[in-house]
Design a protein around this ligand. Sequence first.
Ligand code: HPA
Length: 287
Amino acid sequence: MTNFVGEHLTDEFLTRADYERAAQFIAAKTKHKPTIGLVLGSGLNLLADEIAHADVIPFRDIPGFPVPTVEGHSGALVIGGLSGKTVMALRGRVHYYEGHSMQRVTLPIRAMRALGIGTVIVTNAAGGVNEKFHAGEVMLLTDHINLVGMTGANPLRGPNDDSLGPRFPDMTHAYDPALCDLARAVARETGIALREGVYMMLAGPSFESPADVRFIRLIGADAVGMSTVAEVIVARHGGMRVLGLSLISNSLAHGHDKVSHEEVLAAGKRAVPQLAALIKGVLARMD
Ligand code: HPA
């Protein structure tokens, strides 16, 4: 089976050469030497505008990079300075539901790794399934449930290149405990009420039915979305440190009426200043 750009969907196995080709292209387009990666999810692209002396590289120019098709996900790399660090931000990301393979979806993380980036901050918009969560709040990811991966769509499926990471990577501390502590400290100091919890990845693109939501809550998730977990698994496979932050864009917990993409984007806009302040605070204090 092939997708709309003629790529094999289910069994697309990329290699180190693919990641290095992308990384070399990026390195040739910027003088910056980024040490921290930022993945900016739905509605959070605004943070990329704060990156100083930015080199902007459209995804479509980078060999092998998947190009987003969804509103709110204009796709470009933005490389430059933020809070005293040199960062490489993915302004927008692609999702599995757009029809790309899991390995294609996670290629930008591999490219970051090939560029020498050792830490990545991943963000997303998520639906709250914990009854205590409200739209517009920020959640620190302390763990995840890889529902899509459990049913086979794991980005590490296929031949393992031991030079990239182990066949069976550990996921016990996928979200770096020291970075979590740092985020808690910054939230306390900046007066941000930071929620914490487990993020579950579903394939989407349909939103969850009320019965889906009851199931998701029952098996231990606090928030649900259509991204992030595959990227985190690939980052951990490559030995990167990960900090994960969800913007709770809507609550599914209280017998929700309807969910819309517009609602998700609007809540994103409202809560961006908080999340941006948190990320900048963390960056400023990272070593
Ligand atoms: N469900 C799935 N993904 C989402 C949601 C949701 O309610 N909100 C934002 N991303």
